[in-house]
Design a protein around this ligand. Structure first.
Ligand code: PXP
Length: 237
């Protein structure tokens, strides 16, 4: 089974644009779950333009499915995550000014930095996933430093999907077998949508979770949130 975790960044962005609590992030998270989503993801960035750190505890208290917090692990982020204790923390190597995540970790160069952080999160019973590109050396590096899962950065897959799906998925498909043999859980995220999701799911030996925000929320403008979540779940069935 592949879980659908809805990334609520865009809902938080909409809320923040008016300085009030509308739309209510917590209510939207609860509604996503009611409509069938099996997880909720947020990405608190240092400038808090999306989710705010003050949202985390309320989300944890109100969500009944899997709660995933993603982000760059500076000290403040780690302290907040450890306070809230989500089910999963996805570490992402983005800098504070980045528009959106656009690459995975270099698990070789940043081995010592990551190893310590992964150990700290795991000692707090938080599962750790590393955002990563489809490269066997980097995936092996993730396993060696204790990551529980990897999250494939699917931006390049999504970009090339329309030209040639087979070529677009090749590296993820091949490295996924290797990751599974290493005992890593496998997540995927970025630019996944109703067109490219099923092909990804059907071509991987294992896919534990997808985290989807931008396209899903955009689709919901036209199709409604309940209907949209159902359509995404159908692609994963
Ligand atoms: N995974 C990670 C690590 C991300 O940073 C994001 C974007 O916040 C996503 C998944 C979701 O990407 P999208 O919004 O394109 O669905």
């Amino acid at each position: 089974m592949t879980r659908l975790s809805v990334n609520l960044n865009k809902i938080a962005l909409l809320r923040n644009s008016r300085g009030s609590n509308f739309p209510d992030l917590i209510q939207v998270a609860k509604d996503c779950e009611r409509f069938g989503a099996q997880g909720i993801t947020v990405h608190p960035r240092p400038g808090e333009r999306h989710c705010k750190f003050s949202d985390l505890q309320l989300l944890k208290e109100n969500c009944t499915t899997e709660f995933n917090i993603e982000g760059f692990p500076d000290r403040h982020f780690l302290d907040e995550v450890i306070k809230v204790k989500p089910h999963q923390c996805t570490l992402v190597p983005d800098d504070p000014t980045q528009l959106t995540s656009d690459h995975g970790w270099n698990t070789i160069v940043q081995k010592d930095f990551l190893k310590e952080i992964i150990a700290e999160l795991k000692s707090n019973n938080i599962r750790v996933s590393l955002f990563i590109d489809a490269d066997t050396t980097l995936i092996e590096g993730a396993a060696n430093i204790g990551a529980d899962r990897i999250e494939y950065y699917t931006g390049p897959y999504a970009k090339n999907f329309h030209t040639n799906p087979e070529t677009a998925i090749k590296e993820i498909k091949e490295t996924c077998v290797f990751a599974q043999q290493l005992g890593l859980g496998i997540n995927a995220g970025h630019d996944l949508n109703l067109e490219n999701l099923k092909y990804l799911k059907d071509n991987l030996v294992q896919l534990d979770e997808v985290s989807i925000g931008h396209a899903l929320i955009c689709d919901a403008i036209y199709l409604g949130l309940e209907n949209t979540i159902r359509l995404y779940l159908n692609k994963l069935a």
